[in-house]
Design a binder for this molecule. Structure first.
Ligand SMILES: O=C1O[C@H](COP(=O)(O)O)[C@@H](O)[C@H](O)[C@H]1O
Length: 245
């Protein structure tokens, strides 16, 4: 059966976009739990990754989800020590992730240089953990999108895109600082029921249009290379949607 076409959901501004994605996240996770699934979610960094967490917290109905039974991963992480302000998880924590009532044992962070001997060792350990925990069957994978079309830490024309035999891979020489990162591979990211892109701002307009253009090549526009089995949703504000037909 072929995957459904991407759905583009336009909202007036960044806050409205984050709020709409937050409402959908609560509904999707509550439904998954009602249907007997133990949802696993891959979070994203960047501006929208934190905005959605703050929006979820602000919703009274976030209590519809039993957050203690939600397993959390990150699609990518900057290879920096725990607590570094540039880490995706630190930014998500600052947005209130810890206030949702998750079980810390189900919140799986990527090791930085304070815990791993190398970026490669960190990526290997993360991939092993995902396999061991039965991850890799994600309910939702969320992405921010860079102005260059990158998602997670999969950048245009970067060799990390061409790793097919692992769940997570070390990234060196990232064009966006910091240079060292760990990212899930396309192989791993393409095993989600739902894939969501969260994008706001005029600097993202070209990337959004390029990713959604028919025949887009993920080597040039990584955001074109991931889709969900049951849904692929683009939550965009008007500025980011400006170049769409
Ligand atoms: O470096 C990264 O960038 C993207 C997008 O960030 P944004 O601030 O331009 O929205 C992010 O999604 C990714 O997880 C991250 O590591």
């Amino acid at each position: 059966m072929s995957e459904p076409s991407p759905e583009v959901l336009r909202h007036p501004d960044k806050q409205a976009t984050a709020d709409a994605a937050a409402a959908q996240l609560v509904s999707t996770l509550a439904t998954a739990q009602r249907e007997g699934r133990e949802p696993q979610v891959a979070l994203t960094g960047g501006s929208m990754g934190s905005a959605i967490i703050a929006s979820v917290l602000a919703r009274p109905d976030h209590a519809d989800v039993d957050w203690s039974r939600v397993t959390v991963w990150w699609g990518d992480e900057r290879y920096l020590p725990a607590g570094d302000a540039e880490r995706n998880d630190t930014q998500n924590d600052a947005a209130g992730l810890g206030s949702l009532g998750m079980d810390p044992a189900r919140v799986h962070r990527v090791d930085g240089p304070d815990r791993a001997a190398s970026v490669e060792a960190s990526a290997q350990a993360y991939g092993d953990l995902i396999r061991q925990e039965g991850g890799g069957e994600f309910e939702v994978v969320m992405f921010g999108v860079g102005p260059d079309g990158h998602i997670a830490s999969l950048f245009p024309h970067h060799p990390a895109q061409r790793v097919f035999d692992r769940i997570a891979v070390a990234v060196h020489d990232s064009p966006k600082p910091p240079p060292d990162r760990v990212t899930l591979t396309f192989e791993a990211l393409n095993h989600a029921r739902e894939v969501w892109f969260l994008v706001a701002g005029e600097d993202k307009a070209q990337a959004v249009a390029a990713a959604l253009a028919p025949g887009a090549d993920r080597w040039d526009v990584p955001a074109s290379g991931v889709s969900g089995g049951t849904a692929t949703r683009w939550f965009v504000d008007e500025a980011a949607a400006a170049d769409l037909p």
